[in-house]
Design a protein around this ligand. Structure first.
Ligand code: GTP
Ligand code: MG
Length: 633
């Protein structure tokens, strides 16, 4: 069913509550004090059923002392019903309420001229024309002006029809896929426990949902849901909703808190915003001004930091930061209002562009360009911008979700569409991932140039040499190996186009010859290589290439260097000597040494090495020949 939340606004005593009563039969002035004084103090709620759907009317207080309450009730309104007393015409809160509606992004509405029983038809006609012009100036598109009287009962059907038309043409409420409900009332109800009410925003809410109570993030569960007294399993965004909660006491609940999907909001002191000064302001709004930040149903002291000018002229729009004096948590794109304490006036309003910011540089082209792009775009652009800001380091998914302000599964879907890449526990956009790859390839090239004798470079060293984090270097390397731009041998990485054999030097060739000749009784390392730096490099090269193998005698704690050809020869020879051992008895280390004609000094490390590569397998003191895959050959 279609629904629309309409804020009923206008100057004090202009007949808002009387209109709502006449349209719906609901008395929204429910407080004793409201009834005694004949003035609305808090927002009241009533449902208007129409053939087109349901209209949630929020009857807002008009008195100048209750503008803050009016703003808290204006949260989530998508259209307005402006009440104007036909005799009084435009008054200060008529203007202020229209400004507030405009600042929170409302562009549609209906105007009711009230108390028309008290004046002549000519006076009604004159006021109608005047109001149509005012509405247009206030940014209300094609607002119908409907003369009414609750005393005479005239114009009410026409007004209901105008509201119905508004509903019919209304775009669907924004659905970002996660529930956000600023709490405006709290009470206990027998059989339901603690109940909060508010306007559900941003996404649906269902019985059983787990939520976080912000600020603070305390976990609560939805026990049951009601919309205008009707129990429901699911509430759609845009509806006035009563939520019975499990997991919390009434005393821990108060207006100004908000229910939200867990993880979507995080506390902060700094937010980036696009801000418009009230058009009817008498003076510019200076940077540095202390003000009250009103968002959802919350209000906190904050300081304004303009980013590209010293002051905001009336009606002007600019990018700015707000520094809250206590932790705040509100979603991106959320509207807010700024007021002064003294004089108590509304000075500006706007939308959140970055809900988790920090102090930013003023007059910085990049900062301002990002904010302009965020202001012009939606979730997609926010995702692109945040990823770009994350650069080579990337952004965590939790941070992205908050910056983008839509449900995590939608963020994930989009991330795969734009081919963002996981790097450790972060995400990097495709362009930066390409740069990561290039950075790693360049670092590999430098390494090969500076250390031509090495076969490659281990990950940790490459990370250092490329100036990247290990996770970033590892992700890039994995991708480079997958695309065959790099190769991995053991723990070493190299460029695919780097052929270590090309870099074999005289020393390498000489050393290799020595060990090839040595066969299964090679010279000691000290003797053949010693401390000579060239020969040590040559040894590293030959080990890296697998030409020489370092075999270990664990008992004697000594190593022997074999040429790979000698090892291959030993394997062949033994396989011929012990064919009967396949799956049989196996042989002892000394028997093998005897067959090969070498002493224990060589046979023990040789067999250890062959064990290490599973040829043959060890069975107690005996060894049996197995295939290289570990199965009996
Ligand atoms: N004659 C006449 N009086 C009206 C009409 N509508 C409202 N009134 C009177 O105007 C006064 C104010 O009406 P409310 O409906 O309380 O005004 P409001 O806009 O809700 O006031 P606040 O909520 O305090 O801003 C009341 O005394 C109403 O009886 C009307 O159509 N004709
Ligand atoms: Mg009222």
């Amino acid at each position: 069913m279609k629904s629309l939340l309409v804020g009923v606004i206008g100057h004090v005593d202009h007949g808002k509550t009387a209109l709502v009563r006449a349209l719906t039969g609901v008395e929204t002035d429910r407080l004793k004090e409201e009834q005694a004084r004949g003035v609305s103090i808090v927002p009241g709620f009533a449902l208007l059923r129409r053939p087109e759907g349901e209209i949630d009317l929020v009857d807002l207080p008009g008195h100048e002392r209750f503008v803050r309450a009016m703003i808290s009730g204006a949260t989530g309104m998508r259209a307005v019903l402006l009440a104007v007393d036909v005799q009084e015409g435009i008054k200060p809160q008529t203007v202020e309420h229209l400004e507030i509606a405009r600042l929170v992004g409302v562009r549609r509405g209906v105007i009711a001229l009230t108390k028309c029983d008290l004046v002549s038809p000519e006076a009604v006609a004159a006021r109608s024309a005047e109001l149509a012009a005012v509405a247009a100036r206030a940014g209300l598109e094609q607002a119908a002006v409907v003369p009414t009287s609750v005393v005479a009962g005239t114009g009410l059907e026409a007004l209901a029809q105008a509201l119905g038309a508004l509903l019919k043409d209304a775009p669907a409420a924004i659905d970002d896929g996660f529930p956000y409900l600023p709490v405006d009332r709290v009470f206990a109800r027998a059989g339901f426990g603690a109940v909060v009410t508010g306007t559900l925003r941003r996404g649906p809410l269902a019985v059983g949902d787990k939520l976080a109570l912000m600020p603070g993030g305390r976990a609560v569960t939805v026990r049951s849901l009601q919309i205008h007294g009707r129990s429901v399993q699911t509430a759609e965004p845009g509806r006035r909703t009563a939520v019975a909660l499990r997991g919390i006491e009434l005393s821990d609940l108060h207006r100004g808190q908000a229910l939200c999907a867990p993880g979507l909001l995080a506390p902060t002191r700094w937010i980036d915003v696009v801000l418009t000064a009230v058009a009817s302001a008498e003076a510019p709004l200076a940077g540095g001004t202390a003000c009250r930040l009103l968002y959802g149903t919350a209000e906190v002291p904050a300081r304004l930091r303009l980013l590209d000018r010293e002051a905001l002229e009336p009606g002007e729009t600019a990018y700015a930061q707000l520094r809250a004096e206590e932790d705040i948590a509100l979603p991106v794109r959320e509207p807010f209002i700024l007021r002064l304490d003294a004089p108590p006036i509304t000075v500006a309003g706007g939308r959140v562009l970055d809900p988790l910011s920090r102090r930013r540089k003023r007059n910085d082209a990049k900062v301002l360009a990002d904010l302009a792009a965020l202001a012009a775009g939606g979730p997609r652009e926010a995702l692109d911008i945040r990823l770009a800001q994350g650069g080579l380091e990337g952004v965590s998914e939790a941070d992205l979700v908050r910056a983008v302000g839509v449900a995590p599964d939608r963020v994930r879907r989009r991330l795969s569409e734009i081919r963002a890449r996981p790097v450790g526990d972060r995400l990097v956009d495709a362009a930066h991932f390409t740069r990561l790859r290039e950075t790693v390839l360049a670092a590999l090239a430098r390494h090969h140039r500076d250390h031509p004798i090495e076969h490659g470079v281990p990950l940790d060293r490459l990370a250092r040499e490329s100036g990247l984090g290990e996770a970033a270097a590892a992700a890039a390397l994995r991708d480079l190996v997958a695309t065959k731009d790099a190769a991995q041998a053991g723990t070493l990485f190299r460029r695919a186009d780097f052929d270590p054999a090309r870099n074999a030097t005289e020393h390498v060739r000489a050393l290799e010859a020595v060990f090839r000749k040595g066969g299964l009784t090679p010279p000691d390392e000290i003797e053949a290589v010693g401390r000579d730096i060239r020969r040590r490099e040559a040894l590293a090269f030959l080990l890296g290439a697998g030409t020489l193998v370092r075999a270990l005698d664990r008992v004697q704690k000594r190593t022997i260097l074999f040429h790979k050809d000698a090892i291959a020869q030993a394997k062949r020879q033994r396989a011929q000597t012990y064919p009967a051992d396949r799956g049989g008895e196996g042989f002892l280390a000394r028997e093998a040494g005897a067959t090969l004609g070498i002493s224990r000094k060589f046979s023990i490390p040789l067999l250890e090495h062959l064990d290490a590569i599973r040829f043959p397998r060890r069975i107690g003191a005996r060894r049996a020949f197995l295939g290289e895959d570990g199965r009996p050959g």
